[in-house]
Design a protein around this ligand. Structure first.
Ligand code: NAD
Length: 490
């Protein structure tokens, strides 16, 4: 944490946009308070930028793009490495800001958010350098595949993994020669501001990366609709994704949508019980269940249901919830009071739908954090597979348990949702693990693990969980236009 920069709670720090290599005030006079989820206290104000600010950011990105796109891949990879090094030097700042801004435990902010943000830049720098030219020979001609920048990109991100997800977009986008306008979540703008400081300090050419703060309607919507934006990479909720897709469609913008999920963890009787309980607890409750990949439905084979349930509930009860800055904390606060209300309403709904609460449910308040957004990790059993709590995304520390008696039934329950992002299978039989994985209507499945990421692998969902893939060469493909030049031989 940089106390001078971010001030204290009584004197909130006012954030600025970053446009054309300068930190600039927004054009309007509207602000939103940035609140600490753990305490409800204000510690910064985020500008609610207008369409005019968006215009200014898109204009400088457009102006900067030809020169940036003309650099060699090696030169742009060098810039990504310099950003990675400078971010790494602010590792502890990233972790403490992210923990304070999102309410997540500091240990998680270090191991996941800070670590991945640095790695994303370094990974894409390496991948760019490894790109090999694609050439297809014909009898009388040679085809050269050239990857050109798309132009100006709008990068829109949610609040659950703020810098992790922003860096996942910025690195490949600028690496492929695009210039970008970032629009981070208005709820968690702090580490996006830190990234702009880093980019400024390393001296990245002005206009390559720009940022406009603001909410969805006032800032995000005009950015997506802007006539000079060529591509939109959006991560957020499915309902917002529908609006983004509708707005981007008339001008045929290149579009990547990473949306919501309702993922199943499928537990077979031949699993390694200890490893599975701890893996499925982690999948259910990491970041207070606020990860799109979280396994919020646990499907357990009949013959071990009671045994698994009891051990699972015992492990959930042993998680330490509380002060996010405490190294020992496992679970922090939910992002906002509105989100807490939404998650709590699902717990009430579950009771009406016939669910039995095995643990959790009540907001768990401590005097120090009484104005924060707290909820104990919650486990519910007895819900039918068609109940709303079993098929809708709750995005909080709420896991439902379900029984199955055959592989077919497990797959049918897992697929019984509009979402298709991820899943996990827990079994001692790896052939079965692979077979079940292939039957799931999702973009990603883990067998005997969860959120184990190789950054070269594709990331994304099917059904209402999104369109397109990011990750590795899929990101490089999305953030570029492949052009074929066919040369006839003499
Ligand atoms: P959200 O859709 O409310 O907001 C996401 C971003 O979109 C924010 O920056 C917001 O200001 C902006 N936005 C809102 N309305 C907009 C509009 N009309 N036009 C343009 N931008 C607009 O999502 P959230 O609540 O911030 O995040 C939670 C959701 O994100 C969950 O559904 C979660 O599953 C999903 N998510 C998905 C992934 C993934 O990779 N699939 C990763 C993280 C989160």
């Amino acid at each position: 944490m940089d106390p001078e920069k971010y001030g204290d709670v009584d004197e909130p720090f006012d954030l600025c946009n970053y446009i054309g290599g300068e930190f600039v005030c927004h054009s309007g006079d509207k602000w939103m308070n940035v609140l600490e989820p753990a305490t409800g206290r204000r510690f910064a104000r985020v500008p609610l930028s207008t369409a005019e600010d968006v215009d200014a950011a898109v204009a400088v990105a457009r102006e900067a793009q030809p020169a940036w796109g003309a650099l060699s891949i090696a030169e742009r990879a060098g810039w990504l490495d310099r950003i990675a090094d400078a971010l790494e030097a602010r590792y502890e700042d990233i972790a403490s800001l992210e923990s304070r801004d999102t309410g997540k435990p500091i240990s998680l902010a270090r191991a996941v958010d800070a670590q991945r943000s640095v790695t994303n830049f370094r990974f894409f720098a390496g991948l760019l350098r490894e790109q090999e030219s694609e050439i297809f020979e014909m009898e009388d001609s040679t085809n050269f595949v050239i990857h050109k920048p798309v132009g100006v990109g709008a990068l829109i991100t949610p609040w659950n993994l703020p810098l992790y997800l922003l860096s996942w977009k910025v690195a490949p986008a600028i690496g492929m020669g695009n210039c970008v306008v970032c629009k981070p979540s208005e709820l968690t703008p702090m580490t996006a501001d830190l990234l702009m400081q880093v980019i400024h300090d390393v001296g990245l050419p002005a206009g390559v990366v720009n940022l406009v703060h603001g909410d969805g309607g006032g800032t995000g919507a005009p950015l997506v609709a802007h006539k000079d934006v060529d591509l939109v990479s959006f991560t957020g909720g499915t309902d917002t994704g529908q609006k983004v897709a509708a707005s981007a469609a008339p001008s045929f913008k290149k579009l990547s949508l990473e949306l919501g999920g309702k993922n199943a963890s499928i537990v077979f009787s031949d699993c390694d019980m200890e490893a599975t309980v701890s893996g499925v607890v982690r999948a259910g409750f990491l970041n207070q269940g606020q990860v799109c990949l979280c396994g919020s439905r646990v499907l357990v084979e009949d013959s071990i249901y009671e045994q698994f349930r009891d051990r699972f509930v015992e492990a959930v009860k042993s998680m330490q919830i509380g002060d996010p800055s405490d190294e020992e904390t496992d679970l922090g606060a939910l992002i906002s009071s509105e989100h807490l209300d939404k998650v709590s309403s699902y717990v009430e709904l579950a009771k009406k739908e016939g669910g039995i609460l095995l643990t959790g449910g009540q907001p768990c308040l401590t005097p120090e954090f009484e104005h924060g957004n707290w909820m104990a990790p919650t486990v519910i059993e007895g819900l039918g597979p068609d109940s709303r709590c079993s098929i809708e995304e709750i995005f909080g520390p709420v896991v439902t348990l379900h029984r199955f008696s055959s592989e077919e039934e497990a797959v049918a329950i897992a697929n019984n949702t509009r979402y298709g992002l991820a899943g996990s299978v827990w079994t001692g039989d790896l052939v079965r693990g692979k077979r079940i994985s292939e039957s799931l209507e999702t973009g990603m499945v883990w067998v005997n693990t969860w959120l184990h990421r190789d950054l070269r692998a594709p990331f994304g969902g099917v059904k209402d969980s999104g369109v397109g893939r990011e990750g590795g060469r899929w990101s490089l493909g999305f953030f570029s236009e492949a052009m074929n030049v066919c040369v006839k031989h003499d």
